[in-house]
Design a protein around this ligand. Structure first.
Ligand code: AVJ
Length: 327
C-alpha cells in the first residue's frame, strides 16, 4: 500500500536490472519524482531517437551536421595545429554520421591518428570496428566498451599520443549546468596541456523553436519518453498504465533549461517488485533536462575548468556550437 516506506532495492534481479531498479527507485523517492533519462536508450528507444534526429522539429542534429560537412577544413586545421600524431577519442560516437566527415578530412590531410570510440554499448563498438575501416579506408579504429571516465582512466595508464577528445550531439545538454561543470573538470584531469576537447553545445534561441524540438508535432518525443515506462514494465515487471501519462515539455528562457515531464492523469498505484509507488492525478515525473547555453556560459565553463577557448564553430543560424578547447 502507499503508506509503506519504500524498501531499499530488491533481490531476484539480474545485476544490470538491479542497477536500473535501484536508480529508478532512487528517482521516484525524490520530490518531484524523477526518472533517469539515460535509460531511454533500449533497442526501441535507440530507434525512436533515430526518428527524433530525422524529424523536422528537432534541429540539433541538422545544425551539427552542417558544421561537420561545411566546416570540415576548420576542424581539420584546428586539430592539426600540432603535427604530432594523436588519439581521437570520441565519447558516445553513435553511428559516426557526423564525425565520419572529419575522419575523411583528416585522412585526406595526411593526419596520423588512431580513432578510439568509447561507448557503453558493446553493439556500437563492434559495429564501428567492423564498418568504419570499410567506409573510411585507412582509418585505425580501436573501440573501448565502458563508461566514459573508466575508459579514459584505462587509457591514461597506457602510453599514448596527444589526445583530441570529442563529445558531440549536445550530449552535455542532458546535464544541469552544475553537472556539466563537474563533467568538464573530470575530463580535464585525463588531459595534459595541449590536448584538445571538441564539445557540442545547443545555444539559447527563440524559446518556441526549442520547445517544438522537444514536443514535436509527430509525437516522436512523446513516444520516446513514454517508452521508458514501457521499458520498466518489461524489464522491471511494473504495471504502469501508459495511457494515463501525458508528455509535457517546458522551456525557461531565463535559465535555458528545457525539461520534459510525464504528467499522471489519474491517481494511480504502480507495483514494483517489493514496493508500491503512488502517483497523484496531475503529478509530474521529471524525465529529462536539455540545457541550452549562451556563448558566455560556455566560455566560463572552459575558463573555470582548466581549458582555453581555441575556436568556436557554429551553424549558419547560430543555433549550435562545436567548441574547440585546449587543455
Ligand atoms: C541526446 C541529449 C542531445 O537532449 O537534445 C532528444 C536527447 N531528448 N529529444 C537532447 C533528446 C529528447 C538529446 N541529446
Amino acid at each position: 500500500t502507499c503508506e509503506e516506506p519504500l524498501n531499499q532495492g530488491t533481490k531476484n534481479q539480474s545485476p544490470d536490472n538491479q542497477t536500473f531498479y535501484d536508480e529508478v527507485m532512487q528517482g521516484l523517492r525524490m520530490s518531484p519524482k524523477q526518472l533517469p533519462s539515460k535509460y531511454f536508450y533500449d533497442a526501441i528507444g535507440d530507434k525512436l531517437f533515430q526518428d527524433i534526429m530525422n524529424c523536422e522539429d528537432y534541429y540539433l542534429t541538422r545544425c551539427e551536421m552542417e558544421i561537420f560537412t561545411q566546416q570540415t577544413g576548420q576542424l581539420v586545421n584546428s586539430i592539426m595545429e600540432s603535427d604530432e600524431p594523436f588519439d581521437l577519442v570520441e565519447l558516445g560516437p553513435g553511428d559516426c554520421t557526423k564525425s565520419i566527415h572529419l575522419f575523411r578530412g583528416l585522412i585526406k590531410a595526411g593526419a596520423d591518428f588512431n580513432y578510439l570510440p568509447i561507448d557503453i554499448s558493446q553493439n556500437i563498438i563492434r559495429h564501428l570496428e567492423k564498418e568504419l575501416p570499410e567506409s573510411v579506408p585507412g582509418i585505425k579504429v580501436s573501440g573501448l566498451n565502458g563508461e566514459y571516465f573508466s575508459m579514459l582512466e584505462q587509457l591514461s595508464h597506457q602510453a599514448g599520443n596527444r589526445k583530441v577528445v570529442m563529445c558531440l550531439g549536445g550530449n552535455i545538454g542532458n546535464m544541469t549546468i552544475e553537472e556539466s561543470h563537474a563533467f568538464c573538470k573530470g575530463l580535464r584531469r585525463y588531459l595534459t596541456p595541449g590536448d584538445m576537447l571538441i564539445i557540442g553545445f545547443d545555444l539559447v534561441k527563440n524559446p518556441a523553436v526549442i520547445r517544438n524540438a522537444y514536443d514535436d508535432r509527430e509525437g516522436i518525443t512523446r513516444r520516446f519518453n513514454l517508452n521508458l515506462l514501457r521499458r520498466m514494465n518489461r524489464e522491471l515487471h511494473t504495471d504502469f498504465s501508459i495511457d494515463s501519462f501525458e508528455h509535457y515539455c517546458s522551456y525557461d528562457p531565463e535559465t535555458g533549461a528545457c525539461k520534459s515531464y510525464l504528467v499522471c492523469l489519474e491517481d494511480m498505484q504502480v507495483h514494483f517488485h517489493t514496493e508500491t509507488v503512488c502517483f497523484k492525478k496531475d503529478e509530474c515525473i521529471w524525465m529529462e533536462i536539455s540545457q541550452k547555453h549562451t556563448v558566455e556560459q560556455i566560455d566560463h565553463m572552459a575558463a573555470t575548468n582548466g581549458f582555453q577557448r581555441f575556436r568556436y564553430l557554429t551553424d549558419s543560424q547560430n543555433w549550435f556550437v562545436d567548441a574547440i578547447w585546449v587543455a
